[in-house]
Structures are given as C-alpha cells and as structure tokens.
Write a protein that binds this ligand. Structure first.
Ligand code: NAP
Length: 312
C-alpha cells in the first residue's frame, strides 16, 4: 500500500485529493494547521498531523518519514509556494521520498515565460528547486477550474447585465477541468510511479469561448449578450494598465491567466487522460447542469420585472 502525505488537505482541492486517495486504497497522512484540524474527516487509513509548512524542514520530518509520495495542494504567496514547499521538499529529501506533486494545478505553466503571471512565476521558481533534488517532481496541469473561471473574478459572466465577455476572437480551444476531476486525476497520478519527473497534462474538456457561451445559454435557458472587449493586444494593454493602478494583484491576476489561455501559450499539450481510463471527467454541459448552475444566479435585489431573465 502506498503512503502519501497531502499538504493543504483541508482546502477545496486538497480535501478531494485525500478522498480520492483513500478510495484508491492509499494510506494518507494529512498536514493540517491547528485551527483547521476539525475539517478533516475520520478514516482508518487517514492520519492527521498538525503543523504548518512554515515550521521548517526539521519539524516536518516526522510527517514524511516512510512516505513514498508527497502531494501539495497549498495556496498562498511566495512564503508558502516557494519557502514553505521548499521546507517540505527538504524534509522529503532526507526521508528518501520518491516523488512530489507540487501545488501547480494550473494552465500549462511552461508554455510561457516569466513576467506574464505572478502566480505562475512562483510555481516555476519552486520547480527549479527540483533540479538539484533527489525527489522527482511530477507536475499536474489541468487548465482552468470552471468554479473560478465562471465566477465574478474572471469578469466573463455577468448575470445582472446578462453578458458573456470575451477578449480576442473566442475561437481557440481552452482547457477546463473541475476541482473534483482535478482531484480524481491527481490521486491517480500520485499513485502512478511512471509519472516521476514528468509534466502530466489532463483535462476535463477543451472548448472555445464561443462554444462555452453556447453551453452557458443552453444550460441557463437565457440569452447572454456577447461582449467583445477587444483584441488580445488590447487585453495585454488592459493588464499593463491595471498593474500600474492596482492596489492588489487580484485586480489583474485573472486577466493574466486569460491572456495565456487565449493566445494559446498556456494550452495543454500531450493530454494523458487515456492513461487514467477510470477517471471519467465531467463535461461542461454536466457541470453547468449541476453545481455550475449557481453561476447564472441573479442576486434578488437585481430582479427587474419584464427585463430578466430573457429566454434564449
Ligand atoms: N487552475 C485553476 O483555475 C485554479 C483555481 C484555483 C486554485 N488553483 C490551484 O489549486 C491549488 C489549491 O487551491 P485551493 O483553491 O484548493 O486552495 P484553498 O482552498 O485555499 O486551500 C489551501 C490549503 O492550503 C493550506 N495551507 C495554506 N497555508 C499553509 C501553510 N502555511 N501550511 C500548511 N497548510 C497551509 C490551507 O490550510 P487551512 O485550511 O488551514 O487554511 C488549505 O488546506 C493551488 O495550487 C491553486 O493555485 C487552480
């Protein structure tokens, strides 16, 4: 039986990675911060360890002794993604851990360079740590989570205005994978020794923005006016403008993901879904018919008689 340590085990993605690893028969250790420890389920093959990545490699050592694979699904700034994960990697090296899946779970980070996306830069800098490590890196790339891509932060769907906004011509396929599907693939990849030292690309569905709008209209039963916000050149200019004026990176981060998706540099290559045939990813249609329907909700205070919703 493979023993896997999951860091970020109480997060949106990490909690589902734990669930999938247990379903696949793994012994799972979970690194949890003290205040979050009650969020973990109880299971005979799940062992919680209370700690923090910032505790340092020596403190993390007992967590990884006897572990074959480390999976990190933590979220945060450089102190977590670079410094914290580095401490975990150092502990893993001393413990003779075979592989580590760092907290990437993104568009194809290596399709574009530094300076395009602040969070990708952190993940690439941490990837460099493996060049001199005895632990093999396995990176999992999945494109965008629809749970975030269709949320307010991406400024694509506006249920109040009834608009679906795009940059560029909207015809290039983009990569969409739900959080539960990402977790299912990650558990399968964590237990697959052939993935050592590899970038593994898996995806729920590839479709263009115009096709995504059709899916949204079909699922919601409403018309969503297409707003063409500008060319990709205009998008780059908008990112630069926001970087200059922003009080927080969250004002331009979503657009930094979008530019790399829409110009194709972040597209997944060599998609390996076929290596994991027991993972049956959710289609965009099924996602929007289920939990994704929440993206269409108009806040009650915005309901206006005769104006909304408009049937397709
Ligand atoms: N491709 C996409 O569209 C997309 C979108 C969103 C996220 N992601 C990626 O998915 C991954 C997971 O994100 P998420 O949304 O699941 O994050 P999340 O829900 O915020 O969970 C983060 C986890 O990290 C833990 N954590 C944070 N700091 C820690 C520390 N110092 N020591 C130990 N644990 C720590 C948190 O613990 P607590 O419970 O104690 O806070 C939590 O369990 C990240 O790599 C993120 O970038 C991808």
């Amino acid at each position: 039986m493979t023993t896997v340590l999951v860091a970020g085990a109480t997060g949106s993605l990490g909690s589902l990675i734990v669930k999938n690893l247990l379903e696949r028969g793994a012994d799972v250790r979970a690194l949890v911060r003290g205040p979050s420890k009650d969020k973990l389920p109880t299971h005979p093959r799940l062992t919680p360890y209370v700690g923090d990545l910032t505790d340092g490699a020596a403190a993390l050592q007992p967590l990884v002794d006897g572990v074959e694979v480390v999976v990190s699904a933590v979220q945060g700034g450089p102190e977590i993604i670079i410094d914290g994960q580095r401490e975990l990697l150092r502990a893993a090296e001393r413990a003779g851990v075979h592989r580590m899946i760092p907290s990437d779970f993104s568009i194809n980070l290596h399709g574009y360079g530094y300076g395009i996306n602040v969070l990708s830069d952190l993940r690439r800098r941490f990837a460099d740590e493996f060049d001199s490590s005895t632990v093999a890196r396995t990176s999992v790339s999945i494109g965008a989570f629809p749970e975030y891509f269709l949320a307010d932060v991406h400024e694509i769907l506006d249920p109040v205005a009834g608009t679906f906004s795009i940059w560029g011509d909207g015809t290039r396929p983009i990569d969409i994978t739900t959080i539960p599907d990402t977790a299912a693939y990650t558990a399968a990849i964590a237990l697959d020794p052939k993935t050592a030292g590899r970038e593994v690309h898996v995806v729920g569905q590839q479709l263009s923005m115009l096709e995504l709008r059709n899916e949204v209209e079909a699922a919601s039963g409403r018309r969503w006016k297409l707003v063409r916000k500008g060319t990709l050149r205009d998008l780059r200019a908008e990112i630069a403008r926001r970087q200059f004026t922003a009080s927080s990176m969250f004002e331009y981060l979503a657009l930094q993901y979008q530019i790399a998706m829409f110009d194709g540099t972040a597209s997944l290559r060599d998609v390996r879904n076929a290596d994991y045939p027991d993972v049956l990813p959710t289609s965009v249609t099924a996602y929007l018919a289920g939990s994704g329907a929440a993206h269409f909700a108009v806040p009650e205070e915005n309901w206006r008689q005769d104006e909304w919703p408009t049937a397709v």
